[in-house]
Design a protein around this ligand. Structure first.
Ligand code: SAM
Length: 236
């Protein structure tokens, strides 16, 4: 049991990194998930151990080689026989990660994650090994490792037993299609700012209503795209 993550990278020393502490780190020790890193360079066959080469057609930068990457992928996935885990390539050209996709991944057996460096990987590798292309947002990172860490962080906190009762996932931003309501804690007054009275009223009906209305207001203001989708889903 447990979610099995395999990360193909030129920098295995970046793992578990932030995934080794707090909830994710404890879940790793407890066996709720496992993490294997694979050094791509170990799958070179030439004496210079080259993982990249110059781009066909010219231009700046280097491209990671399809043959080397394929040997690394096949080594961990048992060749063309799929081991049931999706193969994910971290790339700004991919579909932007959503909480819905994170939930699907967390419900599955694990993931094989390929971290690019330089200009990225030879396109034929993505096609031939059926990689799903995933982006974590519209900006360029220097490598796929930090993207893989972000994705695993989002997955691991959803695994059974990991969050426990520490947080209730259900009202969290995106889970309801809305951004979450604001939070407050003691003291009641701080720097002249008071916690909204309704939250101290003990009236749970009124509190729920207030939170709902705050969430809607925030979403309307900050994320018109989410708000529209939310409205459309209510009409169905
Ligand atoms: N030349 C590529 C492009 O323009 O699409 C960018 C290459 S980037 C410098 C190097 C590697 O970082 C990529 O191969 C990818 O693995 C990773 N990466 C960069 N930005 C990312 C993002 N927003 N999401 C996921 N991975 C990203």
């Amino acid at each position: 049991g447990g979610f099995r993550a395999t990360v193909l990278t030129l920098y295995p020393e970046m793992f578990p990194g932030p995934l080794g502490v707090s909830l994710a780190g404890k879940a790793l020790v407890d066996g709720a998930w496992s993490l294997e890193t694979v050094q791509i360079r170990d799958f070179t066959t030439d004496k210079h151990r080259m993982v990249d080469d110059t781009p066909a057609g010219g231009g700046a930068g280097m491209v990671m080689k399809a043959d080397v990457l394929a040997r690394a992928v096949d080594h961990v996935s048992g060749g063309h026989v799929a081991d049931g885990r999706p193969k994910l390539y971290m790339t700004p050209r991919g579909k932007t990660l959503t909480q819905a996709r994170v939930r699907e991944l967390a419900a599955g057996p694990g993931a094989i994650m390929l971290c690019g460096r330089f200009e990225g990987v030879d396109e034929r590798l993505i096609e031939a090994r059926n990689f799903e292309e995933i982006s974590i947002g519209d900006y360029i990172l220097s490598g796929g490792e930090t993207a893989a860490i972000v994705i695993l962080d989002a997955i691991v906190r959803l695994l059974p037993g990991v969050m426990g009762n520490i947080m209730s996932g259900e009202t969290e931003s995106f889970e309801t299609g809305l951004l979450e309501h604001p939070h407050y804690t003691k003291p009641q007054e701080w720097e002249g700012r008071r916690i909204p009275d309704v939250l101290l009223s003990g009236n749970h009906g009124a509190i729920d209503k207030w939170r709902r209305s705050e969430a809607e207001q925030l979403t309307k203001e900050r994320r018109p795209d989410l708000w529209q989708a939310h409205r459309a889903s209510l009409k169905k």
